[in-house]
Design a protein around this ligand. Structure first.
Ligand code: NAI
Length: 330
């Protein structure tokens, strides 16, 4: 099986090159560019492609891939909201993903954002570098004995619940299904979670139901001085409403690893470009907001697990015995 990897970064090559020798029937070619209507044709002559969270897998792209004979897409990530599943099914393309490579990697980053934004670590670091040892503007809040509200208690949300418990927090959660492993968590309705929580962390997938679940109405229901963290998907939050809420001093701090306009920027060095949109710069104009660029997954352990599972997915397809739990259905 020849696989074309799109949007490959140095860390992808390193982790996949480590596992590749174990898979004698598989060859990989790495491409720097991400997949698009223009680059989908490069897949001609390959059996499969491998893509990532921000790859364009819309109908026009999938139609080209199908025309070039691609029957398998290997997602080296968990999320798949960037794929037109109807078009994939229609084109007879199988999609396999890595559902849970390291939930702790993402949850630990969520807590890092919560702590860094709450305690103004980003400001403190810059201040001390400039010989400014004043503490004015750096006052934070204790998390101990406060309430953490976790939205979505699957693999990552559950890891976040455990971390928050370790901080001595009361942990409440909202999910459409309750996770039986979390006996220390109190499940509540969304409105109650919004009303009660001092820290709110989003860990549910982006779906039609969850799109813009954080908006002016839900923000109004939150406690004043709440800390909000999103490591899940940008469009869970209506960013214009968030910006309005920040301007109205609703939030003590906000930590975002994902945000609505990220697709253009994510994983690219655009320091010499004039950006055509302003969400990121507006968010970064606030002293109590920290933004990272979809890096919550990025630990050595997670990369190792991603490369191993992706290769196992490919091998299972070769053997005609695909790993059912990694299959993406429409
Ligand atoms: P999971 O599938 O294990 O858990 C998701 C949970 O959300 C489930 O318990 C589900 O019942 C719940 N849920 C679904 N719709 C909901 C709704 N409308 N309201 C409340 N709960 C709802 O997924 P996992 O592995 O925990 O990942 C969660 C999300 O994290 C992914 O969908 C992905 O968007 C994001 N992610 C972000 C990464 C990053 O680097 N920033 C890396 C990996 C995942």
């Amino acid at each position: 099986m020849r696989i074309l990897f799109y949007d490959t970064k140095k860390y992808d090559k390193e982790s996949f090159d480590k596992v590749l020798p174990k898979y004698k029937d598989i060859e990989i070619e790495y491409a720097d560019s991400d997949i698009s209507v223009e680059t989908a044709r490069y897949a001609a002559g390959f059996d499969a492609i491998c893509a990532f969270v921000s790859s364009d897998l819309s109908k026009p792209v999938l139609d080209i891939l199908a025309k070039e004979g691609i029957k398998l897409i290997l997602m080296r990530c968990a999320g798949f909201n960037n794929i037109d599943l109807k078009a994939a099914k229609k084109n007879g393309i199988t999609i396999l993903r890595v559902p849970g490579y390291s939930p702790e990697a993402v949850a630990e980053h969520a807590m890092a954002l919560a702590l860094a934004s709450n305690r103004h670590i980003h400001k403190g670091y810059i201040k001390v570098r400039e010989n400014n040892f004043s503490l004015v503007g750096l006052t934070g809040l204790n998390f101990h004995h406060k309430t953490a509200g976790i939205i979505g208690t699957g693999k990552i949300g559950a890891a976040m619940c455990r971390i928050c418990r370790g901080f001595g927090m009361r942990v409440i959660a909202y999910d459409i299904y309750q996770n039986p492993d979390l006996d220390f968590v109190e499940y509540v309705e969304l409105d109650e979670l919004l009303k009660e929580s001092d820290l709110i962390s989003l860990h549910c997938p982006l779906t039609d139901e969850s799109y813009h679940m954080i908006n002016s109405k839900t923000i109004k229901k939150m406690k004043d001085k709440v800390v909000l963290v999103n490591t899940s998907r940008g469009a869970l939050i209506d960013t214009e409403d968030l910006i309005k809420g920040i301007r109205e001093h609703k939030f003590h701090s906000v930590g975002l690893d994902v945000y609505e306009e990220e697709t253009e920027n994510v994983f690219e060095n655009r320091e010499d470009d004039i950006l055509q949109t302003s969400i990121t710069s507006r968010l970064l104009s606030f002293p109590n907001v920290i933004v990272t660029s979809h890096q919550a997954f990025l630990t050595e352990e997670a990369l190792e697990a991603i490369s191993y599972t992706t290769m196992e997915n490919a091998q299972s397809y070769i053997e005609g015995n695909v790993i059912e739990q990694n299959l993406i259905h429409e």
